[in-house]
Design a binder for this molecule. Structure first.
Ligand code: HC1
Ligand code: SF4
Length: 579
């Protein structure tokens, strides 16, 4: 224990605590730009680079960066002396001297940490003439790097290297030329980037952002020759409200549907419907692999890995090319939705597939890339035409001048808007496998589950495991979220050490609720837990909670697909992977 004084407040902290953390513990907010601590992920970014957090420590000649300075016994700290404030203003002026003044048109306008800090510090002019470096914009199918706006905070590196272990981003060059970039300054598209978007989620400026598809969506909506339908991912409803000042964890399903209808979509459907469909296909595949395994078939691949997360698919395709036949071949719900919409639904609506535009609203940036994969198109016409993020949808709602908070709740259209609680919980880490278990258990045992909630599969630990008894058949389940955790489970599979029958992997911490396209959490990971709780509430309130009981799914198989895993299902709903 160390005792010190911060702004005339007595503080007691553990040895090794930094001043910024100690100050926070007594309600003193030391401003920071580069520092970011993600409690639930056990990572902290403190390169001490921006110097905005300098404070005055009695007896020391120089100001001390609070994020790098450890507390010592008897320290007397002033976090806002005139000397401190003056220094912070000068530091900010210096940072801005090497930053494009494009705030009005920047993607981060109104949400930029640098802009907010400059505003707080009352910066009115930039007295220094910096050497403005110019890099070319790097536009991938999902993410744009505009590194002229990079302030070298290194938060993206922490996410990419420590949390995701992708190792795509690192600091290059020196002085004014220093930026964060993929190796050899190659374009993101040519690098090992998975498009998970976790770097975008923590970037304080507009240096990393999503590809904006909102203009293309509006162009489709005003085209009289197009029928434009939209699907909304499970996680969007638990986060969209944050963009309108609502508390994290507020469910806005009905308002979201209402807003989409007012914006002008011809039909508003739910990705959750397709999540139920995914369970039918993936659950069947799990049971068939298990049965073959029990029958002594040595060629069967176990564990089966979930395959609905495109960041995760990108990761295993480039990092584990020897395991491409291990994941489920089921397409993701986004892609299953597109495939069914442009075949079955288009037929029902009496239109050609090229007259239909399928838009998806996703918490995820990798979904933009996934929808553009050539195998998910027929004669060049994609199953999903345009994917926008939760943030982009919020932008569209604001652009349409809708008063979101005041909107009445509306319900999804049918037939592709009906979903069960199992489809909803896809949004959370552990949710996909819980949904699969609810269905696989009942199909395998021919018995009704006494309780549909599987608390053993829930939680926030990066790697979790559980055993579920299928009436004598003990199914061993692994769960990982965050690609660094996924890598550990995958290395076990690769080395033949894994005893799991099924593993669920989601690329983003928390699962889709923590996706790279969600409202910014500004380092507060408790936001993710509040969204997760909201998703479980939505599930608990659903009349039907098991995918195989979704009446529209039952009808789809009866009228069109035949059996799960049958030949039409295989053609429309399954895929293969590439190294
Ligand atoms: Fe997800 Fe999925 S759950 S991947 O996290 O399987 O993005 O929300 O839409 O496709 O359903 C994301 C969320 C989403 C798919 C589903
Ligand atoms: Fe790394 Fe993910 Fe960002 Fe790609 S999107 S650079 S993998 S953090």
């Amino acid at each position: 224990i160390v005792k010190l004084n911060i702004d005339n407040k007595q503080v007691e902290v553990q040895r090794g605590t930094t001043l910024v953390e100690a100050a926070k513990s007594v309600g003193v907010d030391v401003p920071t730009l580069c520092h970011m601590k993600l409690d639930d992920l056990n990572v902290e970014n403190k390169p001490g680079g921006c110097r905005i957090c300098v404070v005055e420590v009695e007896g020391r000649r120089n100001l001390a960066p609070a994020c790098k300075t450890e507390c010592t016994e008897g320290m007397k700290v002033n976090t806002h002396s005139l000397r401190v404030i003056n220094a912070r203003r000068t530091i900010m002026e210096l940072i801005l001297s090497d930053h494009p003044a494009e705030c009005l048109t920047c993607v981060k306008n109104g949400k930029c940490d640098l802009q907010t800090m400059a505003q707080k510090l009352g910066i009115r002019e930039i007295p220094f003439e910096g050497e403005q470096s110019h890099y070319k914009e790097d536009k991938s199918p999902a993410i744009i790097r505009d590194v002229d706006k990079c302030i070298m905070c290194r938060r993206c590196e922490m996410m990419c290297n420590e949390v995701q272990t992708v190792g795509c981003l690192s600091a290059i060059n020196r002085g004014f030329q220093s930026v964060v970039a993929p190796a050899f300054e190659m374009d993101l598209e040519k690098s090992t980037c998975t498009y998970c978007g976790q770097c975008v989620a923590v970037c304080p400026t507009g240096a990393l952002s999503e590809v904006d598809n909102t203009r293309k969506v509006i162009a489709a909506l005003v085209d009289p020759l197009k029928t434009v339908i939209v699907q909304t991912a499970p996680a969007v409803r638990a986060a969209l409200g944050e963009e309108f000042g609502m508390e994290p964890g507020t469910l806005v399903t009905g308002k979201m549907v209402s807003a989409l209808k007012k914006i002008g979509f011809d039909k508003v459907f739910d990705t959750d419907f397709a999540a139920d469909l995914t369970i039918m296909e993936e659950g069947t595949e799990l049971l068939s692999r298990l049965k073959r395994h029990l029958a002594g078939d040595k060629d069967v691949k176990l564990p089966i890995l979930t395959s609905c997360c495109p960041g995760w698919v990108n990761f295993f395709e480039s990092n584990f090319p020897d395991l491409l036949d291990v994941p489920s071949t089921a397409k993701s719900p986004q892609q299953m939705f597109g495939a069914i919409a442009k075949s079955y639904l288009a037929e029902q609506m009496g239109i050609r597939r090229d007259e239909m535009v399928v838009v998806s609203v996703m918490p995820c940036l990798a979904k933009k890339y996934e929808s553009g994969r050539p195998e998910f198109a027929v004669n060049g016409n994609p199953d999903v035409d345009l994917s926008i993020s939760t943030r982009e949808l919020a932008q569209m709602i604001k652009g349409a001048n809708l008063n979101f908070e005041e909107l009445d709740d509306e319900v999804f259209d049918n037939p592709m808007g009906e979903s069960t609680g199992a489809g909803v919980i896809f949004a959370n880490t552990g949710g996909v496998i819980e949904a699969a278990v609810r269905t696989a258990y009942e199909i395998h045992t021919q018995k009704k589950l006494a309780k549909v909630d599987f608390d053993v599969l829930r939680g926030f630990d990066g790697i979790r495991s559980a055993e579920v008894d299928f009436d004598g058949l003990v199914v061993k389940i692994g769960i990982a979220h965050g690609l660094g955790n996924a890598r550990k489970l995958l290395e076990d599979v690769q080395a033949g050490r894994s005893s799991f029958h099924a593993i669920e992997i989601m690329a983003c911490p928390g699962g889709c609720i923590g996706g790279g396209g969600q409202p910014y959490h500004h380092g507060d990971t408790s936001v993710l837990k509040k969204r997760a709780a909201a998703i479980y509430r939505e599930d608990a309130g659903k009349a039907i909670r098991k995918s195989h009981e979704n009446p529209f799914i039952v009808k789809l198989y009866q009228e069109y697909l035949g059996e799960p895993g049958g030949s039409l299902s295989h053609r429309l709903l399954h895929t293969h992977y590439f190294d």
